[in-house]
Design a protein. Structure first.
Lengths: 297, 372
């Protein structure tokens, strides 16, 4: 409720202080450049023509804005033998990521709620086992998972990939929500019980509306993990059902013809844009959610 | 119809550790019962068991004429006010208050009129559309009470509802809770560790310690006739002085000698006949003499009475509180507190003439702690 101001803290003045400030900002600028230069190079390269790329240096700016590489990457670049660009694969990724994020976040919230607010014998053991799932390297589960998908008839399909990501996301989503709910006063749940609400009534009408900060964190995490996943995508899908990460690899690693760096760069940015957008949109909401959630129950 | 509550040999353990050790309590309809005791005595667990938020380890609970052992909280016709208020942070004050009625599918018009009625009573109508986060502690407390009152249950349970408020607000809300009880006449079970809250609110107090109810009686009885040293020491602020000594028969009178017989400055507190005649303990029996601070004052400062005893001791510490001044002094190794008028106080180190009203003295057995 009452926040301590930290902007008013007294500090030293004088030339030494100015010098140290200058140094501080110089170092910060250096770090900014370290992270931003690759992005700048990617964007500027994607806007150049092939001739410009051959003649100019890596850091030189494009002479004009040429979006043809973007159009190619989106609509006509060759992925393997199919030359329809990244578009169909972006949709594959969307169709896979959105349900997988939604289902795993929802189940994680339900798990966290049950593990903290409806304590039962062995709850800590179950949580420890769930947590164990967060430490399993994905390579280990490739074969058993492939057999399972085959058994379920989901091998090589987008729904199969949704199942895989939901299952492996549960460890993290459960962890996030469990840690969030442990800080939520038990009194609120007890009050709702006395008020006549049941397990799901309390979950949907009392607990879930309180957990927006946890939902945002989990969605950012899960979206990034699932959208950027390459291993499961390449292992469990084939050709037309590939997610965009796999398709991008196939565009860039083509062994025929001239290397079209501008198309490669545009394709890489297209593949990375959704995660960036989630960070920007949800991140702002996340900060607001944090400060709104900082009241005591 | 107002319901009473009957607890029958209640037990509860947490992981092999028994916290409620067989409690029997009969609460009359419309009574205001306060469960009081130090932290960890099991009072909140007991309240949660009555609410149905904690399963029973043994025994039975009757609310009205029903056995509710296996009835979930929502069907017990109770309402509860929690220590941390436990308001729903994402709901407005109005939604907080009506949530219980929503889950019970009570018609909208009835909900509306109930909110009107109780928001006027509790003076919360000005912020019905705010969220709990925008309210002060006292306002949240009122909302929490509104949420409990609005359903008009037969039994109200309060779990240390005032402990998060500042001192001034606590006294205000205390009076308000008492007024509400007088007005509504419903049965209330109220948990607190604050003995003043217990004294001011209760029609009967259950003093709890270590999973047992030590004494269950009205506030005056608890204060004037505590059954043992624990109850005597817990109720009252500053607490009752507990002076260990020996029972002696001297010159046809029964006295308590403290600190010991061979001490050069031993005091012999003469017991009133009414008390002495009751005692059949042998000469030299170890006892504890209980003297409330307000029964010790400056010699001659009160109207003379029958059973008075005067003695001289140096003052060790003086603690003014405003209306009274506490004087700390020593008899042997025991520190005692006298409550004197501010103008009677004296400087630390100076000798002071004390007078004790022995008619109010209590005698406890040093071994068993029981009142004799």
């Amino acid at each position: 409720m009452r926040q301590r101001r930290i902007s008013g803290i007294v500090h030293r003045r004088g030339p030494r202080h100015v010098l140290m400030r200058g140094l501080l900002f110089a170092i910060l600028l250096l770090f900014c450049a370290y992270y931003l230069v690759p992005l700048v190079v990617m964007i500027s390269t994607s806007l150049k023509s092939l001739a410009e790329i051959r003649e100019g240096s890596l850091l030189s700016l494009p002479q004009g804005l040429d979006f043809s590489a973007w159009a190619t990457a989106w609509g006509s670049a060759c992925v393997g033998v199919r030359c329809d660009g990244l578009e169909p694969y972006v949709w594959n990724s969307v169709l896979m990521t959105v349900p997988a994020v939604a289902i795993s976040t929802f189940l994680g919230a339900l798990n966290g709620y049950a593990l903290t607010k409806w304590r039962f014998r062995g709850a800590d053991w179950i949580f420890a086992l769930v947590l164990f799932g967060a430490f399993i390297p994905f390579q280990v589960v490739l074969l058993p998972m492939a057999r399972t998908l085959g058994f379920l008839g989901l091998a090589g399909t987008v729904p199969g990939l949704i199942l895989v990501h939901t299952v492996y996301g549960l460890a993290f989503t459960t962890l996030f929500f469990r840690n969030f709910f442990i800080g939520v006063s038990n009194g609120i749940v007890q009050a709702a019980m006395v008020d006549g609400a049941g397990f799901f009534g309390i979950f949907f009408r009392v607990v879930l509306p309180m957990s927006i900060p946890a939902i945002v964190v989990t969605v950012i995490w899960q979206f990034t993990q699932i959208w950027n996943d390459f291993l499961f995508g390449v292992a469990f899908t084939i050709g037309d059902s590939n997610p965009v990460t796999v398709a991008l690899n196939n565009v860039v690693n083509t062994s025929t013809g001239v290397k079209q760096y501008n198309v490669d760069m545009a394709a890489a940015i297209i593949a990375g844009l959704p995660t960036l957008a989630v960070y920007v949109i949800a991140g702002a909401y996340f900060v607001r959610g944090l400060s709104a959630g900082a009241i005591k129950g | 119809m107002v319901s009473g509550i009957r607890l029958e040999n209640l037990r509860k353990s947490f992981g092999g550790n028994e916290v409620i050790k067989g409690i029997d309590l009969e609460i009359e309809p419309g009574e205001f019962v306060v469960l009081v005791g130090p932290s960890g005595c099991g009072k909140s667990t007991l309240l949660n068991m009555i609410a149905g938020l904690e399963t029973l380890g043994g025994g039975h609970i009757h609310i009205g004429d029903k056995v509710v052992d296996d009835v979930p909280p929502r069907d017990r016709d109770i309402a509860m006010v929690f220590q941390s208020y436990a308001l729903y942070p994402t709901k407005t004050v109005r939604e907080n208050i009506t949530f219980g009625m929503q889950t019970r599918r009570i018609p909208k018009e009835l909900q509306k009129s109930a909110v009107e009625e109780f928001s006027a009573l509790l003076q919360i109508h000005a912020y019905l559309d705010r969220k709990p986060g925008q309210l002060s502690g006292g306002q949240r407390q009122r909302v929490a009470m509104g949420r409990a009152l609005v359903r008009k249950p037969e039994v109200f349970l309060f779990d240390e509802p005032l402990s998060n408020l500042d001192a001034k607000l606590r006294i205000e809300m205390r009076t308000e809770i008492k007024k509400l009880h007088q007005r509504l006449g419903k049965t209330i079970v109220y948990v607190t560790h604050d003995q003043i809250e217990a004294m001011t609110l209760a029609s009967r107090i259950a003093v709890m310690d270590n999973g047992h109810v030590r004494q269950f009686a009205d506030p005056t009885t608890i204060y004037e006739h505590p059954v043992d040293l624990f109850v005597a020491g817990f109720m009252g602020s500053p607490p009752m002085n507990m002076l260990p000594g020996h029972l002696r028969r001297r010159d046809g009178r029964t006295v308590v000698t403290a600190p010991s017989d061979d001490s050069p400055d031993a005091l012999h507190f003469p017991l009133p006949d009414r008390l002495a005649n009751r005692l059949d303990q042998p000469d030299g029996h170890e006892v504890v003499l209980g003297l409330r601070p307000e029964t010790i004052f400056r010699a001659g400062s009160e109207l003379p009475g029958d059973e008075r005893f005067t003695f001289k001791r140096p003052v060790s510490v003086v603690e003014p509180t405003g209306p009274d001044t506490m004087i700390v002094f020593e008899i042997g190794a025991t520190e005692l507190i006298a409550r004197v008028r501010p103008e009677d106080a004296s400087k630390p180190g100076t000798p002071f003439d004390f007078e004790v009203d022995m008619a109010k003295a209590k005698i406890f057995d040093a071994k068993t702690g029981l009142h004799l």
